[in-house]
Write a protein that binds this ligand. Sequence first.
Ligand SMILES: NC(=O)c1ccc[n+]([C@@H]2O[C@H](COP(=O)([O-])OP(=O)(O)OC[C@H]3O[C@@H](n4cnc5c(N)ncnc54)[C@H](OP(=O)(O)O)[C@@H]3O)[C@@H](O)[C@H]2O)c1
Length: 215
Amino acid sequence: MRYAVLGTGEVGRTLGGKLVALGHEVTLGSRTGDSPAALEWVRETGGGAGTFAQAAAAAEVVVNAVGGRVALAALEAAGAEHLAGKVVVDVSNPLAFEDGRVRLDPVEADSVGEQLQRAFPHARVVKTLNTVNCQVMVDPARVPGEHVLFVCGADADAKAQVTALLGEFGWPAERVLDLGGIEGSRAVEMWLPLWLTLMQRFGHPDFNLELRRAR
Ligand SMILES: NC(=O)c1ccc[n+]([C@@H]2O[C@H](COP(=O)([O-])OP(=O)(O)OC[C@H]3O[C@@H](n4cnc5c(N)ncnc54)[C@H](OP(=O)(O)O)[C@@H]3O)[C@@H](O)[C@H]2O)c1
């Protein structure tokens, strides 16, 4: 499969590296296409690099791995015509750092997942993976137990495709919970303040949610 991973931060490089290791064709997208981070990733992994638009144009599936507050800008740069009909996997969180504090923007009445789906109605946006650290995303065995991920989005086939991709990363389908439509993004994005508090409490990011229920 041909993937565009938009974002050269730790998350984009980690997801992109895993996809290359799994045998996929990956273009890491950034604003300029040749940032030092992108070129180093190319040297390390053998993947390709390009602008957001070049990466998205070449891809069958697009992964959004930039900050939630710049996600619209990155996908606009990618180009609506290069997203139409494609699965867009949104792993972002709308974290805003101000005065040494973190808050979410948007929050509660909206989410990045919904913003992206509204702005690109012909893209098939699936929100997932944003609830775990990027090393756990691609290696769930870092955390013991039957811990879970979530998917949400309007398109059932797109969610099935993303669930299969998560399987390649090591997440069994029974540990991927479908939350329904893309408005489920609000709930998973609002997990972040507690996730950050737990990381401070534990001193590391290798943890996740395991759900117990009666039925
Ligand atoms: N850290 C984790 O383990 C983790 C876990 C779950 C979810 N997430 C989420 O994953 C996303 C990526 O996080 P990250 O730390 O890897 O990367 P990041 O530092 O949040 O983002 C880096 C990327 O953002 C792009 N960017 C910055 N400003 C931009 C703008 N104004 N317009 C368009 N693009 C812009 C950069 O482009 P250039 O390459 O051109 O500089 C770069 O590719 C975030 O939403 C984060 O909340 C992170």
